[in-house]
Design a protein around this ligand. Sequence first.
Ligand code: HEC
Length: 234
Amino acid sequence: MKYFFLIYAIVAISVVGIFKYRGHSFSEPPIVLLPDMDNQDVLKAQKQDAFFADGQGARKPVAETAPRGFQADGATQLGGIPEYEFSGGTGYYFTGHIGDYFGTGMPEELALSVESSQELLKRGEERYQVYCSVCHGKSGDGAGVTSLYGVPGIANLVSSPYSSATYPDGRLYEVITKGKGNMSGYGYNIPVRDRWAIIAYIRAMQVARSAPYDVVKDAYEAGKKQQDEATSAP
Ligand code: HEC
């Protein structure tokens, strides 16, 4: 205890000496141990910007464009549920839970019809490739590009532990939303509807894996023919 205050004072002086006073103006940039994206090339709201001729930092939307998800009549896409919803509800659609358990099946809020199921699957494929394939692989086998760079233990989503018989849709929903173990959650990035679209697509990949050889072969050849025709067209 005798030397405590002495050591404390020396540490305090050297910390201030090395890192300087925050909030004061210095000509040299401060030493930042954990930058935490403190310095960014973005404009603060309401600030001026010399880049634009009129000097205004805040810009109006570009003419002839509309924000994502915008519908002119103010309508929403799915029976009353805005397309870009991230959380907020309590039912199965928003939590993946029915009571104390994970539910399974596509929630009725998606109001799926034959056509909209196909749209949902397409959307799911696209979103899966954007958000999940880097790790889980384009076909869900867990061999995404990050596995080459040493991310360990990526789940093989087309293996039997993740089939709908053993791994309910609601549990997939929860993993996408909150993450699990080494995988972080995507609840802040992927809207609720897209999470269900991704789940539908993962199920489709799983079914595709167990499809009989001749079905896969026919589908492959039909797809290839279509592709060849498309690329050979003048
Ligand atoms: C940055 C890499 C990465 C991305 C991107 C990623 N995951 Fe994962 N995921 C992992 C890893 C690693 C695990 C294994 C986690 C563990 O058990 O510690 C995992 C595990 C899982 C599991 C199994 C969890 C369990 O119960 O064992 C599911 C399901 C899953 N991911 C789905 C997804 C979906 C869907 C997406 C896209 C929205 C996604 N992941 C995006 C890395 C990733």
